[in-house]
Write a protein that binds this ligand. Structure first.
Ligand code: FAD
Length: 211
């Protein structure tokens, strides 16, 4: 295989060292390295998180909504500031289902101010037992405790807890919401219910005919 433009094979070796070495060369090298670095990070994240998700031993909460950003989610104010490989998280999430039982939260945070508000949002994972995280219950009118508020005060998480590229969190969240919409639709169950309704209706004597 030919060495990629801008340096040796190490440039695409997906190692941090490789990335740094590449970054010291020229801009084209950086473009070649970045996907490799992201790919390696994703592989590490999958190895770290997927087994617990798969066997249900690790619970996750979804941190999208904020008091001023519900339907208009792109207005979110939750901030994540990156310094030396560490994000500092500050903000307030709301309507967070099952956060009282969850171990981790994936959340949307503003990492830069851009002209379009859907840009500059990043997708970050944070352990819910990290110092500075407070989960407060919201008791609904039926007396149930499903929903919560989650407060973050100077919570530190490593940069490697960010999923994908910085500033692309909106795209990732919309992709995930596509699954959520269809899972809540419970299409299989609805089909079964419709079948049952049809059976009941066809077995019921026609009221008009019997009158
Ligand atoms: C049971 C439940 C569980 C949830 N779990 C989670 C969770 O785990 N994580 C999470 O992040 N979020 C969660 N949410 C939040 C949810 O997904 C929505 O983001 C949130 O309910 C909408 O925001 P809001 O309540 O502030 O309503 P608002 O955005 O204030 O909207 C209130 C009403 O105004 C309407 N409206 C808003 N803007 C306009 C407009 N421009 N024109 C016309 N009508 C408008 C809306 O349609 C709505 O009827 C949950 C919500 C519920 C009900």
């Amino acid at each position: 295989m030919a060495a990629p433009a801008g340096g040796s094979r190490n440039n695409t070796s997906s190692t941090r060292t490789g990335t740094r070495r590449c970054a010291n060369r020229h801009a084209h090298g950086r473009h070649l390295c970045r996907p490799g670095d992201l790919h390696l990070r994703l592989r590490r994240q999958k190895a770290r998180w997927l087994p617990g998700i798969r066997d249900g031993s690790v619970g996750w909460a979804q941190g999208y909504s904020e008091p001023g950003a519900g339907s208009d989610l792109a207005s979110l104010q939750f901030s994540a500031k990156l310094d030396n490989g560490t994000y500092t998280l500050n903000g307030h999430k709301i309507w967070t289902s099952a956060a009282q039982h969850a171990d981790w939260i994936f959340l949307l945070a503003r990492t830069s101010q851009e002209e379009k508000k859907q840009q500059g949002i990043s997708f970050i994972c944070c352990p819910l037992d990290a110092p500075g995280v407070t989960v407060k219950p919201i008791i609904t009118i039926d007396g149930n405790h499903v929903l919560n508020e989650v407060f973050f005060e100077d919570v530190k998480v490593p940069e490697e807890n960010r999923i994908g590229e910085a500033g692309k969190g909106w795209t990732y969240s919309q992709y995930l919401l596509g699954f959520e919409r269809t899972s809540y639709a419970r299409i299989g169950g609805k089909r079964a219910m419709l079948r049952h309704v049809r059976e009941v209706a066809s077995a019921t004597p026609d009221a008009a005919a019997s009158a």
